[in-house]
Design a protein around this ligand. Structure first.
Ligand code: BGC
Length: 723
């Protein structure tokens, strides 16, 4: 197909203004409304196909959410182009979070690969598949910073660190949007949820958030800023109240911060019915007030609820809302439609045989690669990889389950996914026996005895357990982060056998593994790995893949330790080996201060040694950079990949700073016995922080530079900065 013409921003603005001049107020408001084709969900108004079609013909709706039926999408677009007065194309938006049909690991898992190229690649594949099936925009990446695994939506995020999360966000944006939105195979990206949603109190979804401006800017904002600086098409606001104001009506954060200060010129969309929920928050008194508060705050498109279409006309006519507010919002929406090429070809994303672009063999290979790199080896008492001559029992519901795609899995299908059992057929010379032992949920324990019998006859046991898919994701908060009870029972019975046992955990969040850490010989964290799950797991357990994933979220020791994250401050009464028996120390009486597994942690079948860390100068000045180098040696028995992590620790800053701040990382391959020098170039911007006056600067002083295999396992050197 011929490329669509490239239009300059100036030309697009000219066209947008020209069109705007032709629009009635009602038609303008239509562009600010996004609805589901037929909404049967618990929240929001009920809509029918008929009511939507009627609105389309009258130019009173601008975009459609969550429609996956390409034929219906085509029909709606045709209606809009052929039967409406202005022929403004619709755009279609969906949640393509970790793949459209080809299913990649859940985002939290992918983040553990720290592989920016692969993450970009999967976004490209998602865009390729979805854009061949009528879709123009994805509500991804989800870039909420997450420190609380009780919150089910951590599965959609990239972990607890602002630097890593920003880098990953960039990979998604580049992958989805490509070089130019008007190209084929692209999707407009929409980052979400702005802002603070990852810090809901108690980890309970939709709950309240309270955070200082400093925390917001230092930690929660950077991934959004990265997306804005890289021309993301849209931003979605979050459901939560932040500092006593619902985000959907938060003028200070949307209009002032996003639009004015950060100069975001894409459009802002509210989340599903969140505008009307401002009434529940007791922030808005009625639907009209909702419309007023949302638009004034800077919302451009209202998702699902209908306060805009029902009230904006009256609000403008009564001069409560100036017309230019509406015009600004409409321009943002039309600009997106121009940029993505819909005015040049409204049928751009419709193809005759759209299925043929799905689930291509080469794309499944990428899914396998990223699944392998997402796996995190948490413990290994020399049982892995499993020797060919051993009798292996695979016990647990995830041995044969294809329920491995995880939530937000778009059009992916369980039937396209490989379970461990499916994958085992390729390993004919291994001796594997399977027994479920129990279902993922429920309390039927009648299959446990059989599983124990099979386990008894084996040399090694793989315990394939985990959460059900719906135990994480939206509206899936948990206060207890253990395995479902029935699986706990199964694990207990199997552990009684005292055999070599490898726990393979499927989950959408960090679970509490403290008990298993002491009782199992190995723990492999398999998250939800998507279509190639079984193959990635078996390749890893049998030694065809040497695991290299590292955690991007700390694993708490117990629920009572939450929130626990690596980039915390020191206390005035820090716990040390020497003072651990004293009373007035910042500690728990019953558990350690450290998480069970820290951010950045993850093992390999080989071992790496870090040595010779040094900087190329003792002091660096304003416009200079400096290089810190380290030698990494593979001292183990296998070739392997290592993620080399570079942290800093500031001393004597005008405000307190964390004990460690990630500032760089490199993923390297080392042959057995090989040593590589790894270099990081840092500048003053990399050492900067919001100082006492809220200026983002690098203050004069001494900085430690730490490099290692995990946030809690580094070697260090130091450097001085003089402005
Ligand atoms: C979620 C968003 C999602 C939207 C549309 C909401 O419930 O919070 O993340 O994009 O639904 O499906």
């Amino acid at each position: 197909m011929d490329n669509l013409p490239k239009r300059s921003d100036k030309e697009i603005q000219y066209n947008v203004n020209k069109l705007l001049n032709k629009m009635t107020l009602k038609e303008k408001i239509g562009q600010l409304y996004q609805q589901i084709y037929s909404n049967k969900y618990a929240t929001g108004p009920t809509t029918t196909a008929k009511s939507i079609e009627k609105l389309i013909k009258k130019d009173q709706i601008g975009s459609i959410l969550s429609l996956y039926d390409t034929k219906k999408m085509y029909k709606l677009q045709k209606l809009s182009i052929e039967e409406s007065r202005l022929k403004i194309p619709l755009f279609f938006a969906n949640d393509i979070i970790h793949g459209y049909r080809t299913c990649f690991p859940i985002p939290l898992a992918m983040s553990c690969s720290w592989n920016l190229d692969l993450i970009k690649r999967q976004a490209q594949i998602s865009a390729y598949e979805a854009s061949h099936n009528g879709i123009n925009m994805t509500y991804s990446p989800m870039i909420d910073l997450v420190r609380d695994p009780r919150w089910g939506r951590v599965m959609e995020a990239n972990g607890e660190d602002p630097y890593l999360s920003s880098q990953i966000a960039l990979s998604y944006v580049k992958g989805y949007q490509g070089e130019d939105l008007s190209n084929y195979n692209t999707l407009g990206a929409c980052c979400k949820h702005f802002i603070g949603y990852g810090k809901v109190e108690g980890g309970r979804d939709y709950n309240t958030v309270d955070m200082s401006d400093r925390t917001l800017r230092q930690y929660y904002l950077p991934p959004f800023k990265t997306c804005i600086d890289n021309n993301i098409a849209a931003i979605m606001t979050s459901f939560n109240v932040i500092n006593d104001i619902p985000m959907t009506g938060n003028k200070k954060l949307i209009k002032e911060l996003l639009k004015k200060e950060l100069k975001f010129n894409g459009f802002i969309i509210s989340d599903y019915n969140s505008s009307m929920e401002m009434i529940n928050h007791k922030y808005a008194k009625d639907e009209k007030d909702v419309a007023l508060k949302s638009l004034e705050a800077g919302i451009d498109i209202e998702m699902i609820s209908e306060s805009f279409i029902n009230n904006l006309e009256e609000l403008v006519n009564s001069k409560e809302i100036p017309l230019n507010l509406i015009d600004d919002a409409v321009k943002r929406v039309l600009t997106f439609k121009y940029k993505i090429g819909l005015f040049d070809n409204p049928y751009k994303n419709f193809y005759e045989d759209s299925n043929k672009y799905l689930l291509l063999k080469e794309n499944r290979e990428i899914a396998l690669k990223i699944a392998e790199e997402s796996i995190v080896l948490l413990k290994d008492n020399n049982v892995l990889p499993i020797d060919k001559n051993k009798m292996i029992a695979v016990i647990g519901p995830f041995g044969k389950s294809k329920n491995v795609n995880g939530e937000w899995d778009a059009l992916s299908r369980d039937k396209d996914s490989t379970s461990i059992y499916d994958a085992s057929k390729q390993y004919k010379d291994y001796k594997l026996k399977f027994s479920d032992g129990c279902d993922i949920l429920g309390n039927d324990d009648s299959k446990i005895d059989k599983a124990v019998d099979i386990a008894k006859k084996s040399d090694v046991i793989i315990l394939a357990v985990g959460e059900d898919k719906y135990m994480s994701g939206e509206a899936a908060s948990r206060s207890n982060l253990d395995l479902p009870n029935i699986q706990k029972k199964l694990v207990k019975e199997i552990l009684k056998l005292n055999k070599k046992t490898i726990l393979v955990v499927h989950a959408g969040r960090p679970l509490i593994l403290t008990d298993y850490e002491s009782k199992c010989d190995a723990i492999v964290y398999a998250w939800f790995l998507g279509n190639e799950s079984g193959k990635a797991i078996l390749n890893t357990l049998l030694g065809f893949n040497n695991p290299s994933g590292k955690l991007t979220m700390s694993f708490p020791y117990s629920v009572g330790q939450i929130p626990v994250y690596y980039n915390h401050f020191s206390t005035g009464r820090g716990l040390t080996k020497e003072n651990k028996n004293q009373k007035y120390i910042s500690k728990y009486l019953d558990i350690p201060n450290e998480p069970l597994y820290s951010f950045g942690y993850g093992l390999s079948y080989t071992k790496f040694k870090y040595k010779n860390i040094k900087t190329n100068k003792k002091t660096f000045y304003n416009n200079e950079s400096f290089i810190v180098s380290v030698d990494v040696e593979n001292i183990g028995d296998y070739d392997g990949e290592e993620i080399v992590e570079c942290y800093i620790e500031a001393t004597n800053f005008s405000v307190v700073r964390p004990v460690n701040e990630l500032k760089g990382f490199k993923k390297i391959h080392l042959k057995k016995g090989e040593t590589k020098k790894v270099l990081f170039t840092l500048r003053k911007e990399d050492l900067a922080y919001f100082n006492i006056d809220m200026n983002y600067i690098c203050e004069e002083g001494l900085y430690y530079i730490k490099i290692g295999s995990s946030s809690n396992k580094t070697i260090k050197t130091k450097i001085k900065f003089k402005p």
